[in-house]
Design a protein around this ligand. Sequence first.
Ligand code: DGY
Length: 429
Amino acid sequence: MTSMSHAHRHLDDTARNILRRNDRGGYTVPRPGLYPFQWNWDSAFVALGFATFDMDRAWQELETLLSGQWADGMIPHILFHRDDEGYFPGPDVWASGTRPRSSGITQPPVAATVVRELWQRDGADPAHPRMRALYPKLLASHRWFHRYRDPLHNGLVMAVHNWETGRDNSAEWDAALARVSARDVRPFQRRDTSHVDIAFRPTQAEYERYVALIEFGRARGWDPVRVAAESPFRVVDVGMTMIMLRANRDLLALARALDDQQVVQELRTRIALSEQGCDWLWNEDLGVHCSRDLVDGRPAALVTSASFLGFFAGIGSPAQHARLLERLAALADSVPYLVPSLAPGSRTYDPLRYWRGPVWLVMNALIARGLDEAAETALANRIRGDSRALVERSGFWEHFSPETGQGCGGDQFSWTAAMWLNDLTSAST
Ligand code: DGY
């Protein structure tokens, strides 16, 4: 046995132990202390990690997540199954009035993609009871997005809080957040900075606006129509849009397996709409897809890791693909570790601060998968190789500097461990 495979065996054990340790019985916390509840897209990714050694537990992660679905179909971004004073903003701040208690916003819809994956690993039997039980819930959540979060009726996804995007403090949201007044926000105590270095986290001024947006939604009883129409923060997120498009394709595969013809038709129409709509996000100057503000219509005009999700979504002309690959190759020349969450050289780029530069392994996994599917194997391998090198160098951190590989944010992080097990260990390649 080579020393590399020894090292990998050790990392595999560590990754499994992280998932076991962060398991709270049916759901996994992203990182004790910093994120002590169930997070929506974290859980979906974590299920892929469990699936490498405990399929039952993988399904359960999603079942617990879907148990918190709202009556209107929304899957909240946080489920507060238990109390924990160590996090702000907790359930009383959100005051959503739901059981289990939850936040009032959602997160990128990766669940259908993961359910399809688990179902395929289990043999893709159309009679699979756990897939069949989750299918109507996934459909309800997709319909929620289509009904409430597509104000232009062009198949794109609008976010009404930067936390919905999962890429919380991306520079893409700066202009939209600048319109959010934090004047009436009552004093609060942040908890995140008592768990990790403040240099890794969003600033205080940013946090006050995040809280102002919660107060805005809460004052409207989290009515999805009013929040969507009136929120000062309304952006089309390139990340959520691409992930939604992909999730619709994966849900379509399930609908076909179940011979649910009406839904097959509905999703095909939806997918075609989104495929066309994505052109509105294309930025010809930069040669990538970018988020766009909905209040003033302006493009964010920033190259982020989400700009490269078009392959995963299955969209783009050959000319657009060529530009995307060119841009990604340029990034590959500029940093040792792909894919930075914001391109170096951009205004406010910071290799250590949350979504303003660091590499996130979940984004890398989605981008690499899309590139594989487009037969762009060399770049896919480079991204997977960089992800692997980051974990080998630093461990299972929340995110990593694209320049030095330094681990940042929380350590022993669930979704980083899950991505290692699912995508990077020698056993999975
Ligand atoms: C946080 O608390 O920073 C979370 O990312 C919100 O989802």
